[in-house]
Design a protein around this ligand. Structure first.
Ligand SMILES: CC(C)(COP(=O)(O)OP(=O)(O)OC[C@H]1O[C@@H](n2cnc3c(N)ncnc32)[C@H](O)[C@@H]1OP(=O)(O)O)[C@@H](O)C(=O)NCCC(=O)NCCS
Length: 172
């Protein structure tokens, strides 16, 4: 029998404005700079939350997840009963320690606190690892999405994303 995993302590809390650059990791997500800023402004309006995780005693960001309370498409988030989790990421050095699960639970807690009873999440069809994690947490596929969207990167260039995805949902 393999030894049971030691649960590591992580602090999960709302991101501060001065931490936005740390969401870019080591340059991997610099292209999302404008999106991070826009999400932060929407958090100040009460429309979403951006959660970040730190390993206890460390000042290096270990992971993140964002939750959207309202979206242009109500099948993701309708501002009342359904909220959408996205941008879940755990740095490779912190993966497989249960942090992904803890981040989702923390985001679900934020939806519950708003009186929401359904949590949705999108997952790229080729991301089996994330899909399996969501299934183990009670999420089921409820639809699909072509995953086509655009954003403006940190250099003002329009970037196109084309990531066919499953839409998964879970009753809270
Ligand atoms: C998907 C992702 C967020 C998962 O994060 P994670 O912190 O590794 O997730 P968890 O540790 O909670 O769970 C993953 C595995 O660790 C195991 N695990 C859970 N708790 C554990 C613990 N306390 N100790 C050891 N292992 C544990 C789980 O059983 C799971 O096993 P698996 O290998 O069968 O999947 C991470 O892989 C990631 O950032 N990937 C890149 C970005 C991405 O794909 N994001 C999702 C977009 S939809």
């Amino acid at each position: 029998m393999s030894p049971s995993p030691v649960l590591e302590k992580f602090v999960i809390r709302l991101v501060r404005e001065d931490e936005l650059p740390a969401l870019e990791w080591e340059g991997e997500y610099t292209h999302f700079r404008n999106l991070f800023r826009q999400s932060f402004e929407e958090m100040q309006l009460g429309q979403r939350v951006m959660l970040v995780a730190y390993a206890a005693g460390s000042d290096a960001m270990a992971g993140q997840v964002f939750a959207q309370f309202i979206s242009a498409d109500p099948k993701y988030a309708d501002g009342a009963s359904r909220g959408y989790l996205y941008a879940l990421r755990v740095k490779p050095a912190y993966q497989n320690r249960g942090l992904g699960r803890q981040l989702i639970q923390a985001a679900e807690e934020r939806l519950r606190a708003r009186g929401m009873d359904v949590s949705t999440i999108g997952v790229a069809k080729d991301n089996m690892r994330a899909q399996k994690l969501y299934e183990r947490m009670g999420y089921q596929i409820v639809g699909e999405d072509p995953g086509r969207w655009t954003y403006v990167d940190h250099q003002g260039r329009v970037r196109e994303v084309n990531e066919p995805s499953w839409l998964m949902a879970h009753e809270l």
